[in-house]
Design a protein around this ligand. Structure first.
Ligand SMILES: Cc1cc2nc3c(=O)[nH]c(=O)nc-3n(C[C@H](O)[C@H](O)[C@H](O)COP(=O)(O)OP(=O)(O)OC[C@H]3O[C@@H](n4cnc5c(N)ncnc54)[C@H](O)[C@@H]3O)c2cc1C
Length: 397
């Protein structure tokens, strides 16, 4: 394992992937699929509840309001999720369509339309009456609100998808070490030494994909982990049917200057099924509002305390009269923000260290393709799309 010189035989692997969450499990898979000798380290298990990928569902959108350059990444990601579904033999992605609602000059609407226009996406514009007739659950809107329907949006199953990617990496030849925490990386001119709590490995390059823990290894990156609360809601008695027409949404809140996102019942076996995952019916989350900076992701408070859900309860009551506003379920998760709310993917200031992360609350949908971009950065292949806007060096000038 440990080495003193750097002849060919002294390397334990070509590449080490540190952190096998959403991006890392896919990076290990895409590297192994290229025939690269990969060793992946995960401090817990793939699909764990302690990073940024817990909560059973994630929204998928192709008309990415955050940046039009994300659309090709979402499309490539969807192909890869479908490939993983085939290898795992289970559904990971459900295309439900998605509804964005807000003022016509809001970021939600303008950003969605900008991505749709840039990529000629088949979105539909809806006025308030059309929103109310097609989506009765969304009948309450603010005066002047409009809607955009993205037919390609849907719901992903994060834990199952991560496990599927780690399994695909193994099947392609990657060595996956679980329950193995990396404590340091030491890059030099010839390679990188990776130190775990019990051993030392020598590799040629590393991909740091440790989510909220990335700055332990690449401290110069301006990433800020935040503790966030996720909530689930059930319909009021007698209103179950209303959630049948509640596809993915991001929307303004009547009488409030904020927005919420979520989706209704997740069909466990495809459209038409009434069976939901995990016994919840709807999931709604508030926009990130920043009070819970978690400098040490290991130390975040995992307990949701009385009063912490009062805000979301009021927003749900204002928006969805047919939902019981008291959450039926709550949990904590970690969201890792960058200053421009985009991700960091690519080679860092050290040429042997590639990074993939900085979720900013919207990277899961892209994670399989971000893994592909990480793999391409590691092997020096041209990116499948222009990813310069995600270059981690944009923050160091
Ligand atoms: C509440 C919430 C809602 C979200 N909703 C959406 C959504 O609807 N749609 C969307 O696209 N995105 C969404 N996101 C964003 C998305 O879920 C995350 O961006 C993404 O899952 C993060 O993936 P990651 O690979 O960067 O990190 P993670 O999945 O957290 O992976 C990091 C992994 O590294 C491991 N690790 C860390 N340190 C070490 C170490 N020293 N040694 C070994 N292993 C280590 C961790 O255990 C973990 O498994 C949301 C995020 C949150 C928090």
């Amino acid at each position: 394992m440990s080495t003193t010189s750097d002849d060919q035989s002294s390397f334990d692997a070509e590449v080490a992937v540190i952190g096998l969450g959403a991006v890392g499990s896919s990076a290990a898979w895409r590297l192994a699929a290229r025939g690269v000798d990969v060793i992946g380290f995960e401090q817990f298990e793939p699909g764990n509840a302690w990073g940024g990928s817990t909560g059973r569902t994630r929204l998928f959108r192709v008309a990415c309001l955050e940046h039009p350059g994300l659309t090709p990444i979402a499309r490539r990601a969807r192909d890869l999720w479908r490939e993983l579904e085939a290898s795992a033999g289970q559904a990971l992605f459900f295309e439900t369509g998605g509804l964005m609602i807000g003022p016509s000059d809001s970021h939600i609407i303008e950003g969605t339309l900008a991505a749709a226009e840039a990529h000629d996406l088949p979105v539909e514009r809806l006025d308030a009456d059309e929103i109310a007739s097609r989506f009765p659950a969304h009948a309450r809107t603010n005066p002047g609100d409009v809607g955009v329907w993205d037919p390609e949006a849907g719901i992903l199953r994060p834990e199952a998808a991560i496990i599927a990617a780690a399994d695909a990496a193994r099947a392609a030849g990657a060595r996956i070490l679980t329950g193995t925490r990396v404590v340091a990386i030491e890059p030099d001119a010839n390679g990188v030494t990776v130190l775990t709590e019990v051993a030392k490995y020598r590799v040629r390059r590393v991909a740091v994909t440790s989510g909220p823990w990335i700055t332990r290894f690449v401290p110069e990156l301006p990433l800020t982990p935040h503790r966030v609360i996720m909530t689930w809601f059930r319909p009021r008695e007698g209103h179950d049917a209303d959630l049948d027409v509640l596809p993915v949404f991001i929307r303004s809140v009547p009488g409030h200057d904020t927005w919420i996102w979520g989706h209704g019942v997740v069909p466990a076996s495809g459209p038409g099924s009434k069976e939901g995952f995990g016994g919840f019916d709807a999931k709604v989350g508030p926009e990130f509002d920043g009070p819970f900076v978690a400098d040490d992701p290991d130390a975040i408070d995992r307990v949701v305390h009385p009063g912490e859900t009062d805000g979301i309860r009021d927003l749900v009551a204002a928006t969805f009269p047919d939902l019981e506003p008291e959450p039926s379920g709550v949990t904590t998760c970690i969201m890792t923000h960058t200053p421009d709310q985009l991700f960091v993917v690519g080679v860092t200031d050290h040429p042997r260290v590639v990074v993939g992360g900085g979720c900013s609350g919207h990277s899961f949908k892209h994670a399989s393709a971000l893994g592909e971009l990480v793999a391409q950065s590691v092997v020096g292949e041209e990116h499948f799309t222009d990813a310069a806007f995600l270059d981690p060096r944009r923050f160091s000038g």
